[in-house]
Design a protein around this ligand. Structure first.
Ligand SMILES: *[C@@H]1O[C@H](CO)[C@@H](O)[C@H](O)[C@H]1NC(C)=O
Ligand SMILES: *[C@@H]1O[C@H](CO)[C@@H](O)[C@H](O)[C@H]1NC(C)=O
Ligand SMILES: *[C@@H]1O[C@H](CO)[C@@H](O)[C@H](O)[C@H]1NC(C)=O
Ligand SMILES: *[C@@H]1O[C@H](CO)[C@@H](O)[C@H](O)[C@H]1NC(C)=O
Ligand SMILES: *[C@@H]1O[C@H](CO)[C@@H](O)[C@H](O)[C@H]1NC(C)=O
Ligand SMILES: *[C@@H]1O[C@H](CO)[C@@H](O)[C@H](O)[C@H]1NC(C)=O
Ligand SMILES: *[C@@H]1O[C@H](CO)[C@@H](O)[C@H](O)[C@H]1NC(C)=O
Ligand SMILES: *[C@@H]1O[C@H](CO)[C@@H](O)[C@H](O)[C@H]1NC(C)=O
Length: 422
């Protein structure tokens, strides 16, 4: 990878931008692999310029910097990054999208779980072939890094595939741990139902299905979930992507969001009106929820750039937990938004067509983890470490930000055993 060299190549440009009023005060000492983009420098392209005409194929990289790098649009992103942020590939498998979504971190064993791309040729998965759930050991990562020659060279730790029961079909997402178990969100395959499943993270990884229908009707294909930080109820998106990717029958329900109370068994819709709802995340106190709509990406129907690539914010009703007061939080400039996470400063992170994009709580784009290719999900694993799933690669980013806990009960799998210094 040549990004250290390319950072040097653009340094004159970044210094020029740093002189712009927006970046006064952030001075000249930018971290490695960091490019600042002053919005004023791209407001006018000019009539003879080459404009972007495809949000998926032409990403916004006006400095032509070699990926991966940190693209800074607002000085507050430098606070997210800290003094010496870095990218490192910790596992890779060229040609196999083994790391699509479903990152779950279990601090007590320092294991990271994730799933391959379901229903996709790059994931070797289709209506006849289930996708895989696998794990890596972060202790292996620590060991490999200690033996590595330099601060950014890739390492490639062993990926161990889980042997899960047949009730787990086409895992698209995961969160938790919930009461110590992995919470897997499964799309179903052919006639096999979409479901929510709790899986023991320890061998032999037994699984318990906790929901597979809405009053007797199958869901379309469950896509993503989060546990509400205070109530412990499970919120999830259901969307037509299983059908749009040729592995589920025609949808028979709207594309919408549900709340499931695993204690009472109650399941209810909490928000509709989406084209293709995708990921979700709650604010720290659970009073606001963010939901991505990737309606621009229509599977076999094709991409239509007039569709949504939009993250909406809602208020969560304190009594009913229904979602109200929908408003546009941000519209994505690179591909579509997928999974969402927040940090403790209230910044929102979204997997997008160009990597991971970050907005502050006011909906201002502050920066990107620019990979030059898509990421569907990311996860903080203890303070100062962000995992980015990038299909054929897993990146670990060292940075200053701290992620919100996504486990339940909150803090039950806290990072007290987290060895620092990765
Ligand atoms: C998009 O831009 C490319 C490169 O300039 C051009 O070849 C292509 O025809 C354009 N497509 C559309 C739909 O305008
Ligand atoms: C980036 O590449 C494009 C296309 O080759 C070129 O027009 C543009 O001037 C380059 N920008 C920089 C900052 O090098
Ligand atoms: C930037 O990279 C160089 C070369 O690898 C390294 O010597 C230096 O310590 C790095 N600086 C920071 C702030 O990480
Ligand atoms: C990493 O290891 C896996 C498993 O041995 C292998 O398939 C893959 O090609 C390796 N990645 C690289 C970049 O060599
Ligand atoms: C560190 O590793 C990166 C990625 O392999 C490589 O491009 C770079 O040249 C290495 N730097 C040093 C100082 O060896
Ligand atoms: C999770 O744990 C709580 C507290 O022990 C318990 O009340 C609840 O029933 C558990 N939920 C599930 C789905 O096991
Ligand atoms: C796994 O099996 C153990 C032992 O029967 C049981 O206590 C636990 O609840 C099971 N976990 C899941 C997630 O099914
Ligand atoms: C894109 O979507 C718009 C709005 O639904 C529709 O009018 C248009 O025909 C679509 N374009 C294509 C190429 O399908």
């Amino acid at each position: 990878m040549a990004f250290i060299g390319s950072s040097t190549r653009v340094s004159a440009l970044t210094l020029l931008y740093a002189i712009g009023s927006l970046f006064v005060g952030s001075s000249s000492a930018l971290p490695n692999n960091t490019v600042t983009i002053n919005p004023l420098s791209y407001n006018v392209y000019g009539s003879n310029a080459v404009f972007r005409n495809n949000t998926f194929a032409n990403l916004f990289n006006p400095t032509n910097t070699t990926a991966p790098f940190f693209q800074v649009f607002d000085p507050s992103f430098l606070t997210v990054l800290g003094d010496s942020p870095s990218f490192r590939v910790i596992a890779s498998n060229p040609g196999f999208a083994f790391a699509h979504e479903a990152p779950i971190w279990v601090p007590s064993t320092q294991e990271l779980f994730f799933a391959s791309a379901a229903g996709s040729p790059s994931g070797f998965s289709d209506i006849n072939h289930n996708n895989q759930v696998a794990k890596i050991s972060l202790n292996d990562v620590t060991t490999a890094i200690a033996q590595s020659s330099n601060a950014t060279a890739p390492v490639n730790v062993t990926v161990t595939t889980l042997d899960l029961p047949d009730t787990v079909q086409m895992t698209n997402a995961g969160t938790g741990p919930y009461n110590g178990s992995l919470l897997l969100v499964n799309s179903g395959r052919g006639p096999l139902p979409p479901n929510l499943v709790l899986v023991d993270p320890a061998n032999p990884q037994n699984a318990t299905v906790i929901l597979d229908n809405f009053f007797g009707r199958q869901f379309n294909s469950l896509h993503n979930a989060k546990i509400h930080p205070t109530s412990g109820n499970i919120f999830f998106t259901d969307v037509a992507y299983g059908w749009l990717n040729h592995f589920r029958p025609l949808p028979l329900l709207p594309n919408q969001l549900y709340r499931f109370d695993p204690n009472s068994g109650s399941v209810r819709a909490v928000a509709d009106g989406f084209v293709l709802p995708n990921g979700l995340a709650f604010s720290q106190d659970g009073s606001t929820v963010f939901v991505s709509d990737s309606g621009m990406a229509g599977g076999f129907i094709g991409n239509n750039q007039t569709g949504p690539a939009t993250i909406y914010a809602f208020d969560v009703d304190p009594q009913t937990e229904s979602f109200g007061n929908k408003r546009v939080f941000s519209y994505i400039d690179g591909g579509v938004p997928h999974g969402l996470q927040l940090d403790t400063a209230g910044n929102l992170y979204a997997g997008t067509g160009d990597g991971v994009e970050v907005w502050n709580s006011q909906g201002t784009l502050i920066g990107k983890f620019f990979l030059g290719s898509s990421s569907s999900e990311m996860l903080f694993i203890g303070n100062g470490r962000l995992i980015i799933l990038a299909e054929t690669k897993i990146y670990m980013v060292s940075l200053a930000a701290e992620g919100l806990d996504v486990d339940y009960p909150q803090g039950s799998s806290s990072d007290s055993q987290d060895p620092s210094g990765c």
